[in-house]
Design a protein around this ligand. Structure first.
Ligand SMILES: Nc1ncnc2c1ncn2[C@@H]1O[C@H](COP(=O)(O)OP(=O)(O)O)[C@@H](O)[C@H]1O
Ligand SMILES: [Mg+2]
Length: 375
């Protein structure tokens, strides 16, 4: 993994705060943005609560830092139950999962992050648990093998994934609600920032300054909150706590974040493509070798945003720089059509290119199951 980047949407040590942290929305009604998801969830929550049923199983997919974990915890809050957190790759043995499932009380939430990395052998146990609230455990082996069925309390499974495409069809079909979280428009990020400044008691910060932070946050609440903290520190040390557009600009320039939210790694990627490879097309491995970076890191953390803002085109022949990107890093644009893939919605409207899912091998962490209510 490359060095930590301030604009990385993945959680870093600095973002780890308890689920009860005042910066996280405390109720579903305080959740900013993702209005279609929140409305859908509120209706189902009211209906199941009035009928005394557990909440539907929910699959949340979308890029990191957009609020999947937050939504999972808020659902447990609204149900008045507890949330247990587990991570797909950490559930290496069926026993890890069975232990957690049997511990769940009525209507509790089991949140499985990175559910696409759940081992197939463990996934098999989830199907009957989700459908019939039971698990079949095989005891002994050979002639003495017996299958014991254990009843579970009715619970809600909430799965989160950045790669919905890697989920097996069988698992995906068992979720009653499946939702793709979108990048946040600038006004929603400004609302999140305003709430954070109240909680952090950052006084007298003009909306225009918050607008500058929001515009450089890659449509991602986690990035916007991280940038706010850096700006606050900078203002505290260099400007007696005063924050305005100029201070924000200086603080973010010091972090290497430009007016589009790109950092030095993004820019060197674009320059390599523009200067060394004359705008492409060129294979990812070649760019990675020139930059001495891991190709998985580039595909996972650099390319999605560049694709999204239309700075990069992924063609069958390889990566190509678009004219807009060439202008940004002052390189000459490649000859020919560098039109990026266009599909779905993104930060800049329904016709902008959207991040392509990437598959990278990752090391497996040791098994951990936390509970209740951790993040
Ligand atoms: N809609 C929102 N309103 C306010 N803060 C949010 C919102 N969505 C996410 N956040 C904040 O952004 C950070 C990342 O959210 P998280 O739920 O951990 O994202 P994910 O699980 O999708 O990676 C958290 O600090 C969370 O409080
Ligand atoms: Mg998360």
């Amino acid at each position: 993994m490359a060095k930590q980047r301030i604009v990385d949407a993945k959680a870093q040590r600095v973002d780890k705060r308890p689920a009860g942290s005042p910066l996280r929305p405390q109720r579903l009604s305080e959740y900013v943005g993702q209005r279609d998801l929140i409305e859908k969830l509120s209706i189902t929550l009211q209906a199941v609560c009035e009928r005394g049923e557990p909440m539907e199983h929910i699959l949340l997919h979308g890029p990191p830092g957009l609020g999947k974990t937050t939504v999972a915890h808020l659902i447990a809050v609204e149900m008045g139950t507890r949330a247990y957190t587990a991570s797909g790759p950490a559930l290496t043995k069926a026993g890890d999962l069975i232990g957690t499932l049997t511990r769940l009380q009525q209507h509790d939430v089991l949140f499985i992050d990175e559910i696409h990395r759940l081992p197939p052998a463990v996934e098999e146990y989830i199907y009957p648990a989700m459908e019939d609230f039971k698990i079949d455990i095989t005891v002994d082996s050979g002639r003495h093998a017996k299958v014991i069925t254990m009843a579970l309390q009715p619970f809600t499974l909430i799965g989160a994934t950045t790669r919905a495409g890697l989920l097996s069809g069988a698992l995906r079909n068992r979720f009653g609600i499946s939702h793709h979280l979108r990048f946040y428009p600038q006004e929603d990020l400004v609302t999140i920032l305003r709430r954070a400044t109240e909680v952090l008691a950052i006084d007298e910060i003009p909306i225009s300054a918050l607008g500058v932070i929001a515009a450089r946050s890659r449509g991602t609440p986690r990035v916007t909150l991280r940038l706010l903290r850096r700006v606050r520190d900078f203002a505290h040390v260099r400007a007696g706590g005063r924050i305005d557009e100029q201070i924000v600009g200086e603080a973010l320039a010091l972090e290497g974040v430009d007016e589009l939210g790109l950092d030095e790694l993004d820019r060197s990627y674009l320059r390599t493509l523009g200067q060394t490879y004359h705008g492409g097309p060129v294979g990812l491995e070649a760019i990675a070798a020139t930059l001495a970076e891991d190709s998985g890191t580039l595909e996972d953390v650099v390319e999605p945003y560049l694709l999204q803002i239309g700075f990069l085109a992924r063609t069958r022949q390889g990566r190509r720089l678009t004219p807009a990107a060439a202008k940004h890093v002052r390189c000459s644009a490649p000859q020919g059509d560098a039109e990026p893939h266009r599909s779905g919605d993104s930060l800049f409207g329904p016709n902008s290119p959207r991040p392509q899912p990437a598959v990278v091998a990752r090391p497996r962490p040791a098994p951990t199951i936390h509970g209740p209510v951790e993040s």
